[in-house]
Design a protein around this ligand. Structure first.
Ligand SMILES: Cc1cc2nc3c(=O)[nH]c(=O)nc-3n(C[C@H](O)[C@H](O)[C@H](O)COP(=O)(O)O)c2cc1C
Length: 171
């Protein structure tokens, strides 16, 4: 695990090849194995591989999602706020587990924040996506994780660059 963490970076440039079906199955399993408060599993995950839909997801918020246009796979992370009051925490954990599993499979990924973001016309990115994908209002949209075979290389953050003063010892 520490090697995965040492080498993980956000990847926004991908080769134009689909993610292999076996890898998609492992990504789905990883998501469903995520821990959640009281085991309520308040989430739903939408795997999008259709280029036209990914293009529309890319403009769902004003900036920071553009790379989804041309990304082989986008996973939309949804949480049911009527099932859990901590759906944001549960869904965030699932999203990072997805990213680390993707990295373990030799894939790159990057989080696209949707909750609390707007598109260029001022409409919430969440509502744009709910309409586009037919998602009911109680299913809140946290983020989209773009995934594919990396076409950019990034070095892991060196140990000496870590913000060590964020960690405190008491006693
Ligand atoms: C909650 C969250 C929201 C993020 N939103 C976006 C986003 O909308 N677009 C994007 O390109 N990257 C996004 N990122 C990726 C961060 O920019 C990235 O993790 C950060 O710059 C550190 O770089 P690294 O992941 O390569 O270590 C997000 C990351 C997190 C954890």
């Amino acid at each position: 695990m520490i090697d995965l963490l040492r080498t993980r970076r956000s990847i926004r440039k991908f080769e134009n090849t689909p993610v292999e079906a076996e890898k998609i199955e492992i990504l789905k399993e990883a998501l469903l194995r995520s821990p959640s408060s009281r085991g309520r599993n308040p989430w739903q995950f939408i795997f999008v591989q259709d280029a036209a839909i990914l293009k529309r997801l890319a403009s769902a918020k004003d900036h920071g999602g553009e790379f989804l246009d041309g990304t082989p796979l986008g996973v939309v992370i949804l949480g049911d706020e009527t099932v859990s009051d901590v759906w944001i925490e549960d869904c965030s954990i699932a999203a990072i587990i997805l990213q680390l599993t993707a990295h373990d499979l030799g894939l790159g990924s990057c989080w696209v924040q949707i909750r609390n973001r707007n598109n260029k016309s001022g409409e919430t990115a969440e509502s744009v996506i709910q309409k586009l994908l037919g998602i009911p209002p109680q299913m809140r949209v946290l983020a989209i994780v773009g995934i594919g075979k990396a076409s950019e290389t990034k070095r892991g953050i060196p140990l000496m660059m870590l913000k060590k003063n964020a960690v405190h010892n008491e006693g």
